[in-house]
Design a binder for this molecule. Structure first.
Ligand SMILES: [Fe+2]
Length: 266
């Protein structure tokens, strides 16, 4: 009897999983169609960055100030400011801050999504890191997100960005807003990284782009203070965005910590 109940419960769980999985597959197929339409309709004019000189990348971290043309940047910033109700995440001792996920951005932030898929931006990042890169897949919640630091204490502790792909994996951050009482009117939320055996602080005034190989560069963001605000566009690119099956499982577990249990079905 108990054995039959267990078999029954197993069958219900398996069919529930299959149902949820099918729904996710359908959802992502639909999202990919929307992505192509968004990219076509909202592609930013980034021709100006084609000639932009790139810094060295020997330390696996590069900073470029004022990268985006003023008009494109203003559109992105306005779009990020309009986004409401970020999903609040709190992982003790690791990360505290708001995160607007890729799916939400596809529905409500076309300029941000089009920027991520822009051939000119992809070309620029490829020149910085010295190897051709592609956006990471739509089902990866870290591919594209807007990070919101607006509550005192919002921060991210020391960590590496895990690489869930076969190729090398790069994190690209674009500061969209950064206001506070630190030097230069910026917030106290500062990106710090251990580079070449020493800690360095990266100042991220609006329109500063930071490119780094997060799986190899230990980094953190210091806490923001009362009345301060920092909005960051976070993107990931990869030299080969295919994943081995165990890498997919690890990614889903990590996404769960950041975005809740629904990430298990992506
Ligand atoms: Fe990170």
């Amino acid at each position: 009897m108990i054995g039959e109940l267990m078999v029954g419960a197993g069958a219900v769980t398996a069919s529930g999983y299959t149902y949820a999985r099918r729904r996710r597959v359908r959802l992502y197929r639909e999202l990919e169609g929307r992505l192509a339409r968004i990219s076509a309709a909202h592609a930013p004019d980034l021709r100006a960055i084609r000639q932009r000189a790139v810094p060295g990348f020997t330390d696996r971290l590069a900073v470029v100030t004022d990268l985006l043309p003023a008009e494109a940047f203003a559109t992105l910033r306005a779009e990020a400011e309009r986004l409401v109700g970020p999903e609040r995440s709190f992982v003790p001792t690791h990360k505290k801050g708001g995160t607007v996920a890729y799916e939400t951005l596809i529905g409500s932030a076309p300029a941000i999504v089009a920027l991520y898929h822009s051939a000119d931006l992809k070309g620029f990042i490829s020149r910085v890191v010295g190897v051709g890169v592609e956006p990471t897949p739509i089902h990866d919640q870290s591919s594209l997100s807007v990070l919101v630091y607006d509550k005192p204490g919002d921060h991210i502790g020391w960590h590496y960005d895990h690489n869930f792909y076969r190729g090398r994996h790069f994190t690209v951050l674009i500061a969209l807003a950064n206001e506070g009482s630190a030097a230069g009117g910026l917030s106290h939320a500062e990106l710090q990284a251990r580079v070449a055996g020493r800690e360095m602080a990266v100042s991220t005034a609006p329109n500063t782009v930071v490119v780094f190989e997060g799986a190899r560069v230990h980094h953190k963001v210091t806490p923001i203070q009362e009345g301060e605000r920092r909005l960051v566009l976070s993107m990931t690119y990869c030299t080969d965005p295919r994943a081995w099956w165990w890498q997919g499982v690890s990614r889903r577990l990590k996404d769960t910590a950041f975005f809740g249990i629904r990430a298990l079905w992506t």
